[in-house]
Design a protein. Structure first.
Ligand SMILES: [Zn+2]
Length: 466
């Protein structure tokens, strides 16, 4: 008995000392992600992968490594709560939009994507993105999570199991062709299929469920298939998901679908209505139910306007942090296709006005990108999104929260991620300029700290050595 307890004491002495690695970041202005006012001359004390203490007067333990971060800013690591690994961001990645399969056949694109997962993961980190939420695709999304778990220099990967669509297989296949033989957009036309889908998510260890409701399905109505009842189908998924402890997030570009999904109990909306202005009832519903809206304004601007006009408003961080070949592909001549940029510009204005109206009314917004979509590079597209939200009139102080804590809430991980607070994972950025003065200063990254490991952006450049 005595021997055991002495052994236990010895063990704890030995291993506390051996394992505890404390680092104190001293003197920065801290913007903690919760929406609280910036704290000057703060200390952030990290032990191993966790934040131990935060404040103006934190006692620094003897032996701790002290990092002087005076005249720097600390913000939480960015969280992109809408990404896909199944697409590369290159011009060749969604042939249904831009068919350049003559130049890069889809099979070749898939091989490229698979070969560049580690590089893609580093691209996120290089841009300050320390967590991502996959919005679904083939089993590759789960493979990427496995790869990320084995890397120190990769973001934490969460997964929304998706994408479901209310359309038959033939239509789903036309949206995104099968990926290595797997359907990426999964047709769901019956309640049983919906329930099976939630069961599959549970078996795979997904973090939430992603569905899609939009005009992809309404073609059924046009065909006269009047029995199609998306509310019944979506309601059954939400109900089944709740039984298993899953939140549901939904892709909805159209106001009435978005409204209907909120009535059914969805936790967050991906994209934002772009077909009509949000009305008072919509705003109240979102606010009362605590629905988080994820506008993805950069998607429309970049993919559907800038790539059509080739007037690409590129940020330096996009060139610096992207896997070689991604940005270059955006300058590829377009295939014969109607220029739809005028329509998208009008929708974009509506979406931006809706984002601002929701912000003004106190609805929670999260910043995320749909990265992987053509024109949206892993990681750096967060800064494209933040620029778009800034141009929509949403203040920088709020955008920092939208890109961190609110994005963690979309994934349901706000107890561990999304803010610089004691007890959470040590995921934060050290910046050389004030992001509240200008949200673009979130690109002035000197260090990225992920689970206590510290990197310079240079150490996180894609290496193309996969
Ligand atoms: Zn998406």
């Amino acid at each position: 008995m005595i021997r055991m307890s002495a052994y236990a004491t010895l063990l704890s002495l030995c291993c506390d000392a051996a394992l505890a690695q404390e680092t104190a970041y001293v003197g920065a202005t801290l913007i903690d992600g919760t929406g609280q006012a910036a704290m000057e001359n703060a200390t952030v004390l990290v032990e191993n992968d966790r934040i131990l203490a935060v404040g103006p007067e934190v006692e620094i333990p003897e032996g701790a490594r002290v990092v002087d971060v005076q005249e720097k800013w600390i913000v939480p690591g960015l969280i992109d709560s809408h990404i896909h690994f199944m697409t590369s961001g290159r011009m060749y990645t969604r042939p249904a939009f831009f068919d350049l399969t003559d130049k890069v056949p889809y099979e070749e694109e898939i091989d490229w994507i698979k070969a560049h997962i580690p590089d893609t993961l580093r691209s996120f980190m290089c841009s300050g993105v320390t967590s991502v939420l996959s919005m679904g695709g083939p089993s590759l999304e789960y493979n990427a999570r496995d790869i990320a778990r084995r890397m120190d220099d990769a973001p934490t990967v969460f997964i929304a199991h998706g994408v479901i669509t209310h359309a038959p297989r033939s239509v789903a296949e036309r949206m995104i062709p099968p990926w290595d033989g797997e359907l990426t957009v999964k047709p769901m036309l019956s309640v049983d299929e919906g329930i099976a889908y939630v069961e599959e998510a549970a078996a795979l260890g997904a973090d939430l469920i992603k569905t899609a409701v939009d005009d992809r399905g309404s073609f059924l109505l046009r065909l006269g298939l009047w029995w199609w009842d998306w509310r019944e189908l979506e309601g059954s998924i939400i109900e089944e998901a709740a039984k298993r402890g899953f939140m549901v997030t939904t892709h909805a570009h159209a106001l009435e679908y978005a409204r209907g999904m909120m009535e059914l109990g969805v936790a967050s909306l991906q994209h934002i209505p772009a077909d009509a202005p949000v009305d008072e009832a919509f705003i109240e519903l979102a606010r009362d139910r605590g629905v988080i809206v994820v506008p993805t304004l950069g998607l429309r601007k970049r993919t559907f306007i800038e790539l059509f006009t080739k007037d690409i408003d590129l940020l330096p961080i996009e060139e610096n942090c992207s896997v070689p070949g991604v940005v270059e592909s955006w300058y590829e001549p377009l295939p014969p296709i109607d220029d739809q940029s005028t329509r998208y510009r009008e929708e974009g204005e509506m979406a931006a006005a809706n984002a601002k109206a929701l912000y003004d009314a106190g609805v929670t917004l999260a910043a995320a990108t749909d990265s992987g979509m053509i024109g949206l590079a892993a990681g750096s597209s967060m800064h494209v999104e933040l620029r778009a939200l800034d141009q929509a009139g949403i203040p920088a102080a709020y955008l920092i929260q939208a890109a961190t804590l609110n994005s963690a809430m979309v994934a349901g991980k706000e107890d561990q991620y999304g803010s610089v607070e004691a007890g959470k994972f040590a995921d934060f950025l050290i910046l050389s300029a004030d992001p509240i003065e200008d949200i673009a200063n979130l690109q002035a990254i000197e260090r990225v700290v992920k689970h206590g490991n510290e990197f310079t952006p240079d150490e996180l450049l894609p290496r193309d050595d996969a």
